[in-house]
Write a protein that binds this ligand. Structure first.
Ligand code: SAJ
Length: 448
């Protein structure tokens, strides 16, 4: 792909507007990615139009109120200033994007039950934008998409519904986000990013644009490279976690301790075993490997990535199995057992429960007939008193390494239980200490 003469002229005009911060920035999708991005560019001195389909969210933002849950340092203040200064305005009317020189797309890009990308939101955003898009505009997809999406979905939709040609009368690229709940603004500022432009000049202009808010490295590339990098960095993590989980299961079978094994393996140069555990949750790691795998050709389908997903998705069921076996060893059948699950979020010290392994575990234990209580100090619905929750129960299943669980009073735990059993899904407790306190211990990766 190369710029036409008209494209060269329009890109040069856009570069000057970006350098002087006169460029108007549009952001489509004001969620946990789009809203921090919109507020950050407004804070950097740009005029920003945020578009979201939820009128209530638009109203909240225009009152300077932060609709994002959780603890996001600095976001509420940045948003309030961006709105009160008049630099950021939210709307549900796409027509207001006709004034935007740069449009960032931050909509959800989930996969369906068959793990195929579902681009309903992305497609409708592209079609609606194309109908109002300004000549010479730069469109950047920040959402995580499968490799090839810019070339096969985004650009064709923008061209079809605008009647314009990319690299001629508009420009397109991908710059995948790398935010993380709890660190939205910090990651936005400090994480490097890949600027995948449809031509080298467009990629360079994206670098110039993001330099206004990113302190870290900005690497130029083409769109498909940016798409592969983002989905690969998360698929890499998922496969590494799956490997640690598989070795943990082998350790259980042979009577070894995965935590001792892992420490000794990681002493060897270039070995970095990840942490085995009760499963892999969140909004990125369970989804992005499927986006990457979906791009594999028919002739060479991805095998390792789907298998790693299966191993990780199997971990909550393994925790259920450990629990059932331990209860049976104490003469307790599933239907008479009462357990407490500690931790419902997908990540330690977080209130985010998206795709959390605990959801699979609780469903499985209930299907087996157990009575299940849930505790999670970070999630309002489950914040009860821990002692009250576990009183009279036949054990606890620890699913998240929240800081509140790191120093449980084992003696007190022992007194509260009807049957003293700890199933440790995150290596929060020490087997010897638990057993010294008179409780039975089962842990992922720790053979009996
Ligand atoms: N987990 C393990 N073992 C590990 C690491 C994680 O079982 O060794 C589990 C966690 O308990 C959790 C899930 O995997 O259930 C995901 O954990 P995560 O630490 O990867 O946290 P995420 O999902 O928020 O991942 C994000 C990703 N960042 C972006 O997509 C921008 C990921 O690429 C980052 O590596 C991660 O944050 C991070 O730690 O920064």
């Amino acid at each position: 792909m190369s710029l036409t003469d008209k494209g060269v002229a329009l890109l040069e005009q856009l570069r000057r507007q970006i350098e002087s911060k006169d460029a108007i920035v549009g952001v489509i999708g004001l969620g946990y990615v789009g809203l921090p991005v919109a507020a950050t560019f407004a804070g950097a001195g740009f005029s920003v139009i945020g578009v979201d389909i939820k009128p209530e969210r638009v109203r909240q933002i225009n009152k300077g109120q932060n609709p994002i849950g959780g603890q996001e340092p600095g976001l509420a203040e940045l948003l309030a200033t961006a709105v009160s200064s008049g630099r950021l305005r939210a709307t549900d009317d796409y027509r207001e994007l006709s004034a935007a020189d740069v449009v960032l797309i931050d909509v959800e890009t989930p996969v369906d039950e068959s793990h195929r990308p579902r681009y309903l939101a992305l497609r409708s955003a592209c079609e609606a934008l194309a109908g109002v898009m300004k000549k010479g505009a730069l469109v950047v997809v920040e959402s995580t998409v499968a490799p090839g999406t810019i070339d096969r979905v985004v650009r064709p939709l923008l061209e079809k519904y605008s009647g314009r040609k990319s690299a001629d009368e508009f420009f397109v690229g991908a710059c995948p986000e790398r935010v993380m709940p709890g660190k939205l603004l910090r990651n936005l500022r400090t994480m490097s990013r890949v600027c995948g432009g449809e031509t080298p000049e467009v990629a360079q202009l994206m670098v110039t644009f993001y330099r206004h808010i990113v302190e870290a490295e900005l690497d130029s590339a083409d769109p498909v490279t940016a798409e592969v990098v983002k989905t690969t960095e998360n698929a890499y993590r998922d496969v590494q976690i799956a490997f640690a989980n598989e070795v943990a299961l082998i350790c259980e079978a042979v009577g070894a301790d995965i935590w001792q094994v892992r420490d000794l393996v990681n002493k060897v140069p270039y070995r970095h075993m990840h942490l085995p555990g009760a499963g892999v949750g969140g909004h990125c790691i369970p989804k992005d490997p499927w986006l990457l795998a979906s791009a594999a050709g028919e002739a060479m389908p991805a095998r390792l990535i789907p298998e790693a997903r299966a191993v990780n998705d199997g971990m909550p069921h393994h925790v259920a199995q450990l629990t059932l076996e331990a209860l049976r060893a104490r003469g307790l059948g599933a239907t008479e057992a009462r357990v407490a699950v500690l931790g419902y979020a997908y990540l330690e010290n977080s209130d985010d429960d998206r795709n959390s392994p605990s959801q699979s575990l609780v469903r499985r234990l209930k299907e087996e007939g157990l009575s299940v209580a849930i505790h999670d100090p970070w999630i309002e619905a489950y914040q009860g008193d821990l002692q009250d929750i576990i009183a009279g129960r036949d054990g606890v299943v620890i699913m998240v390494a929240h800081k509140e669980y790191l120093n449980l009073d084992l003696q007190e735990l022992g007194r509260a239980f009807r049957t003293p059993l700890v199933v440790d899904g995150r290596h929060v407790l020490d087997k010897e200490q638990v057993e010294a306190a008179g409780l039975a211990y089962r842990g992922i990766g720790i053979g009996q």
